[in-house]
Design a protein around this ligand. Sequence first.
Ligand SMILES: C[S@@+](CC[C@H](N)C(=O)[O-])C[C@H]1O[C@@H](n2cnc3c(N)ncnc32)[C@H](O)[C@@H]1O
Length: 319
Amino acid sequence: MRSSAISSSFSASEQAVLFEGDCLKLLSKIPDNSMRLVVTSPPYNLGKSYERKGDLDKYLAWQDEVIAECIRVLHPEGSICWQVGNYVHDGAIVPLDIALYPSFAQRGLKLRNRIVWHFEHGLHCTRRLSGRHETILWFTKSDRYLFDLDSIRVPQKYPGKKHFKGPKAGQYSCNPLGKNPGDVWVIPNVKNNHVEKTLHPCQFPVELVERLVLSMTKEGDWVLDPFAGVGSSLAAALKHGRRAAGAELLPEYCKIARERMQQGTGGLLKSRPMNQPVYDPAKAGRSLTTYPTTQIETAKQLRLLDSGKKKYEVAHEDC
Ligand SMILES: C[S@@+](CC[C@H](N)C(=O)[O-])C[C@H]1O[C@@H](n2cnc3c(N)ncnc32)[C@H](O)[C@@H]1O
């Protein structure tokens, strides 16, 4: 039976754990080899509302310590998915997946995919191209690992296609269950009008975690998120009958995380459906979809651009 109680400390007999405090403290209570999936997005050392920007080397050393603990608690057939973007300093970027890769590889973990998460909204840069992807490093602890591809297949482009000659003529040429989703995932990030939006500035879309949970764990397995935020990973895990453990420093995020975990267990979690196509304004017949250069041809448009320029510069950080 699925219980909806959320424990504040780890015990292997629990279904759902949210520790309010430092993840290293939670990790110290978790037995070796017990978590089937570790999925997380750590702070990027950018000075967001929930972190203080510091020296990059110190940040990487701290991440290394957390990663070592996550590897210790990881099941021998388990997976770690570390989702990161860029550290930015003086306009120069450091892709954190490159910087953190050695923390996993030096401990013998094997990189199975570097999944590119592509989204269409974010800060508008003026001195480089706007960042529209982040990555998920998927590592396994050994060569024997759980991966249920069928649970996350997506529709074929030409589902009715058949072999037209040879011994298989007339049979479907592609898997009727759908195709492998590939390693580039187009999933909207959680901005203001997203159904999952809370007060957290950088929450995971639930559907992104669902793909990982469904393919890398079985019902009843433990899913761990050491930087739980508002509990997106934990709620996604509970929604699918897994057990969930996480840590989060800030009480206001913990409060929301607990609510979402309850909703996940009870089948009431608000989330964008998995595999729903991304909204396309051109297909939806919206008129404001011509290229800016086309619009700039008219003086009226130029005047409009001019009057809006100041506002634009304030609203968009030179990231
Ligand atoms: C990028 S956010 C993760 C958001 C999360 N994926 C979600 O969907 O809500 C990183 C989170 O880590 C938390 N955090 C920072 N340092 C921490 C620590 N030492 N232990 C636990 N949580 C920490 C921050 O407060 C922040 O909410």
